[in-house]
Design a protein. Structure first.
Length: 467
């Protein structure tokens, strides 16, 4: 168990981020394996999950998670390095053996040291734990068998132990507190010649002698190799974790970019629908009405044309406003179309009346003070609901009621019906009304009335949506 507690995740642990199926439009990224104590919970957005998860804790040298399995290329590379080291070691021994002044007690110990060094390097990633045990025990055994009555011939002969100790902690196969003592005890025992004396393998009358200075040097080298291996292992794991985290952040950035584009497109579509569609629908209804009464009322088409021209200019101004905002990149929180607050509601009612719908409006005097987003939502929902009556209902009358009670603003628009024949609907007006209400912290209900007709209800808090 890590010294950081049971709930702490190791810094190298892989974390799979997936798109939440509950809300594809928002592309929420969640962490499926999160726990309440240590990370994000199901349904968190990607940003929240990253903030809660946080950075990995500082590593401890006493625990070493296993490194990822080595690839075939890495294993071949290790074998190549091991063979190269073996060739260099053998070449060095041949050159040194030709010197008259270099006369080691046992040349075989040098060859065995080189052989076990090659084995340690070749197995450092293929089988680090097995390689450590094999080299430690095998080197001790062969060294004992080939040396006649002496201790470790040279401090250089500890290199195989250093190499395999570094390899096993570098791979995370054994912690420092296991690998270092095993290698150190083995090295000190060889250095003192304990096995030769205990097993009677020496032909000399010899007893083991421990050189304290040499033993301290050997132990220091072994511990240093184990600690360095563990540190390199932790560094590699941290680098891999940071690379994975960076990839997650890049993916998150791409998701956020797609979300921003989708939100912007939805916002543009909503503004165009709420402003332009309202004017165009009223223009169509007014033109159709003028055409029906043209024979009986010769002046009606002229009046309709004047009204249509005014409504067309207003629609054109709204479209120009949208284009201007798109070009200049103004504040994205501001509405695209020129929209007043709640005070523009009477003008909306008047425009619909001019289009031919008799609206019975009940408005409080004065109009209640509310948040700007609430006022815009009320105006847009009222505008959409009245336009729907013009387009989809055969009636010529409708009612609009606005009331403020106990910090809540309620709007009701209803008509007696019936719907127009062969009217299939299928627009996005109801969706846009719900989006408007949700953005301001409210709700919209829409549906047929028991006695006939259609009713739209909007409920909003006067203060708007809470952060």
């Amino acid at each position: 168990m890590s010294v950081w507690g049971a709930s702490a995740a190791p810094p190298h642990a892989r974390t799979v981020w997936r798109m939440s199926p509950a809300d594809p439009a928002r592309n929420a990224v969640t962490r499926p394996d999160a726990s309440p104590s240590g990370g994000a919970t199901q349904g968190d957005t990607a940003t929240e999950a990253l903030l809660r998860w946080g950075a990995p804790p500082p590593p401890a040298l006493t625990s070493a998670p296993l490194a990822p399995r080595a690839t075939g290329a890495q294993l071949r590379n290790d074998v190549g390095i091991a063979l190269t080291v073996g060739v260099l070691w053998a070449g060095g021994l041949m050159i040194a053996g030709s010197w008259d002044y270099w006369m080691p007690r046992s040349m075989a110990t040098w060859w065995w040291a080189g052989l076990w060094l090659v084995v340690a390097i070749a197995l450092r990633r293929a089988a680090p734990r097995a390689g450590f045990l094999l080299v430690t025990l095998g080197y001790a055994l062969t060294y004992t068998l080939v040396v006649d009555g002496g201790r470790m011939q040279a401090l250089v002969h500890v290199i195989p132990l250093l190499a395999t100790t570094y390899a096993v902690t570098r791979a995370g196969a054994l912690p420092v507190w296991v690998a270092a003592p095993v290698a150190a005890v083995t090295g000190v025992a060889l250095q003192a010649g304990v096995a030769n004396a205990a097993w009677g393998l020496s032909t000399f009358d010899w007893h083991p002698v421990l050189d304290l200075s040499s033993a301290v040097q050997l132990v220091a080298l072994v511990v240093a190799s184990a600690v360095i291996g563990a540190m390199v292992h932790r560094l590699a794991q941290t680098s891999a974790s940071l690379a994975e985290r960076n990839a997650q952040l890049v993916a998150l950035q791409e998701v956020r970019a797609r979300e921003a584009v989708l939100d912007e497109r939805t916002r543009i579509a909503r503004e165009l629908h709420d402003v332009v569609a309202h004017h165009v629908s009223a223009i169509v209804v007014r033109a159709q009405a003028a055409d029906r009464v043209a024979d009986a009322q010769p002046d009606a088409p002229r009046e309709a044309v004047r009204w249509i021209a005014t409504a067309g200019r207003e629609a054109l101004d709204a479209m120009r406003s949208v284009v201007r905002v798109l070009r200049t990149g103004d504040d994205e929180s501001a509405p695209y179309a020129p929209t007043a607050g709640l005070e523009s509601l009477p003008a909306v009612v008047g425009r619909v009346r001019e289009a031919g719908l008799d609206v019975d409006a009940t408005l409080p005097a004065p109009l209640p003070a509310c948040a700007p987003a609430v006022g815009i939502a009320v105006v847009r929902v009222a505008q959409e609901a009245l336009t729907n009556v013009l387009v989809h209902s055969a009636t010529t009358t409708a009612s609009l009621t606005l009331a403020a009670t106990a910090g809540t603003l309620r709007l009701v628009v209803q008509d007696p019906g019936p719907p127009r024949p062969r009217d299939t609907g299928g627009g996005s007006g109801l969706l846009h009304m719900r989006e408007r209400a949700a953005a301001a912290g409210g709700t919209v209900t829409a549906g047929p009335q028991p006695g006939g007709g259609w009713r739209v209800g909007l409920t909003l808090p006067l203060e708007g949506a809470r952060a």
